[in-house]
Design a protein around this ligand. Structure first.
Ligand code: BG6
Length: 491
């Protein structure tokens, strides 16, 4: 059966920057069926030709190395545009009619909600009214991809889920978190469960603590309107950081399939110890970079955080007592996302630490999510020729060395999976709701009398000093092995 990929909100940034480049690349790699049709739907008055022209410019600008005019021209024949108002049922009927006129007219429909989140409910309602959500063997599948933010707290996420479940089955709903489409993020499970040597050590007996850092060097840029209402905790932690935490902490699933993977994720979230409001400033830090309030679109005296750090515990057999430190912020020194597994010290030291010949050190495994994708393992080695002196050394794996330079964009994989009906890399409703519960509880601490102060930090720094205090209280420090220069080579 032929398939239509229908983008609501097609004149927006996401379509030009991510969706069309990803579909183009999938086409270029011959991963799309020849008969696929991509239809942009939005109010802006494009024609097929002017929309294709705009998309061509976008692809040439955003993925210049992969742009090939010959391939683009073939691909562009699959791209169409339909002017329509998200709230007007007749425009949905015209869309259906338009599809019936296309050569290879599609039966399967994959809808993509690239609109402002406030419009989701309208699209869902109108799709239903126009009978576009009903699937059958004759009509083909109906699936919907929902972009983040998926609500802005538990109550609103439940409301969206209820609305979706009112017209679609959970198996038809694909909630996107683009971090799950990143190669390095998918590799966390391969590292853990495709090898025999890590998993026996992956627990409280051998691991001292785990850190997850998602640092961005950019500020709020042109997204202040959205970001200022949202803040880092909701924008980054509820989805990306908690997803990374779940992948690192979950139990082995019985199979690599969507529900088995999601079941294990939910167990992690349910075991996360709640931070009571009165401990809010002990276990969380919030910060805002200097100058944030003068950015265009930001409210004067805004108290929105552009940085957050939290310390959480997972109360289960594997992780009892092991702290997980999570941090993320904008306008930091560098863009760098990494997960550090810090192992415990050897139980006794037979080498001569007192004289300084042996550095006291611990093993650690750093998973470099981006930009220098790879894995580093740190261990002790004997310094040659110097009696018995030891030093930590790194064993590195870099994607670029082993697999060549160009890692695919997350959206390529995610869009393809949605077309193929594989939900492993999308978020299930209960995962979303449990994540919001955790974020809401931290936020209620921030709104209470025990709230931590909103610390200021310099753009281009590593965030507020209070984040160093948070992790330093127990003799630990933030680690950045993936940066190459090793900001922290203390062991
Ligand atoms: C998005 C957030 O989900 O992720 C942005 O809304 C953030 O604020 C972005 O900049 C970061 O994604 P990446 O892939 O650049 O790490």
């Amino acid at each position: 059966m032929n398939t239509a990929f229908i983008i609501f909100g097609a004149s927006g940034d996401l379509t030009a920057r991510k969706l069309i480049p990803a579909m183009y690349n999938n086409y270029r790699k011959k991963r799309l069926p020849e008969t696929v049709q991509i239809i942009g739907f939005s109010r802006s008055p494009y024609t097929d030709d002017s929309f294709r022209e705009k998309m061509k410019e976008a692809v040439a600008a955003f993925i210049p190395e992969q742009f090939d005019i010959k391939i683009w021209d073939e691909f562009a024949r699959h791209v169409h545009y339909q002017v329509g108002d998200i709230d007007n049922i007749n425009d949905y009927r015209s869309l259906v009619h338009r599809m019936s006129l296309l050569e290879d007219h599609p039966s399967n429909m994959l809808f993509y909600l690239a609109t402002a989140p406030g419009l989701y409910s309208k699209v869902i309602g109108r799709l239903h009214e126009a009978s576009m959500t009903v699937e059958s063997d004759q009509s083909g599948f109906r699936r919907i991809v929902v972009e983040k933010p998926f609500g802005n707290d538990l109550a609103s996420a439940i409301a969206i889920n209820n609305e979706l479940h009112g017209v679609l089955d959970e198996r038809q709903i694909y909630r996107i978190d683009h971090y799950l489409g990143k190669e390095t993020v998918q590799n966390v499970l391969v590292l853990r469960f495709g090898n025999a040597i890590f998993e026996p050590l992956w627990n409280r007996n051998y691991i001292d603590h785990i850190q997850i850092t998602v640092a961005e060097s950019v500020g709020v840029e042109h997204r202040a309107g959205y970001f200022d209402q949202t803040g880092t905790l909701r924008d980054m932690f509820q989805n990306h950081l908690l997803q990374l935490l779940m992948l690192v902490a979950k139990e082995p699933p019985v199979a690599f399939e969507a529900d088995a993977l999601h079941n294990e994720k939910v167990k992690v979230l349910r075991a996360i110890r709640e931070i009571p409001a009165e401990y809010s400033s002990r276990y969380s830090v919030r910060g805002q970079y200097d100058g944030y309030c003068s950015a265009e679109g930001v409210r004067q005296n805004s108290a929105t955080e552009t940085y957050a750090a939290i310390q959480v515990y997972i109360d289960n057999w594997r992780w009892q007592g092991v702290p997980f430190y999570l941090r993320s912020g904008k306008n930091l020194k560098e863009k760098s996302s990494e997960i550090t597994i810090q192992f415990r010290r050897p139980p006794t030291q037979i080498f001569d630490v007192a004289s300084g010949k042996t550095e006291l050190f611990t093993n650690r495994l750093s998973i470099c999510i981006q930009p220098d994708e790879g894995i580093h393992l740190r261990f002790a080695a004997k310094v040659p020729d110097l009696g018995l002196q030891t030093r930590p050394v790194d064993m590195d794996f870099h994607y670029r060395d082993s697999f060549g330079s160009n890692l695919p964009e997350a959206y390529e994989r995610l869009l393809l999976d949605a077309l193929l009906g594989d939900k492993s890399l999308f978020a299930r409703s209960d995962v979303i709701e449990h994540s919001w519960k955790i974020i809401d509880s931290i936020r209620s601490g921030w709104e209470s009398e025990y709230a931590p102060p909103l610390f200021r930090y310099q753009p281009g720094s590593w965030g507020p000093e209070a984040a160093n205090t948070l992790i330093g209280r127990e003799g630990r420090w933030w680690i950045q092995d993936c940066r190459g220069e090793g900001q922290s080579d203390r062991s």
